[in-house]
Structure formats: structure tokens, C-alpha cells
Write a protein that binds this ligand. Structure first.
Ligand SMILES: [Zn+2]
Length: 80
């Protein structure tokens, strides 16, 4: 699919880390599947992925661990 932001690249599926920070705690979710434009680096998350990621980051940030990391694929997400 053509990137609608820059119209220079084809969106491709990639896996990237997403990081969130709150109250001195850091949560990192690795290998989050998303689409990315190689030309302008714009990224798109599918709605269900974004929702799941939000829930994960919230859960991790409310825990006791200062720096929490997790693999997106290691969580109990139903296969898309
Ligand atoms: Zn683009």
C-alpha cells in the first residue's frame, strides 16, 4: 500500500519496539507488528494491536519493575 503521508514509499510490515514512560518507570514491548514507510518512517498500528499494546504498557507501568520489557508475541494475543 502506498504511503499517504509522503507518497514516496510502499508501506511494509515490520516489527518494532514501543516504549512508554510514567512515574519513573519504563515499559518496553519488543517486536510489535506494524506497518512502516521506508521513505518517511511513518508508522501505522492496527487497531487491535494498538489496543493490546496500550493494555500491556499500562499493566507493565503499574507493576513494581522499574524497567520492564516484554515481547509482544510472547503475550497471550490470539493470532491475527
Ligand atoms: Zn511515507
Amino acid at each position: 500500500m502506498r504511503c499517504e503521508r509522503c507518497d514516496q514509499g510502499e508501506r511494509r510490515t515490520v516489527k518494532r519496539a514501543k516504549l512508554a514512560e510514567r512515574d519513573g518507570r519504563v515499559a518496553v514491548v519488543l517486536d510489535v507488528p506494524m506497518e512502516e514507510c521506508p521513505a518517511c518512517a511513518e508508522r501505522w498500528l492496527a487497531w487491535d494491536v494498538a489496543k493490546r499494546l496500550d493494555a500491556l504498557l499500562n499493566e507493565m507501568l503499574s507493576g513494581d519493575i522499574e524497567v520492564a520489557t516484554r515481547h509482544y508475541s510472547a503475550t497471550d494475543v490470539p493470532a491475527a
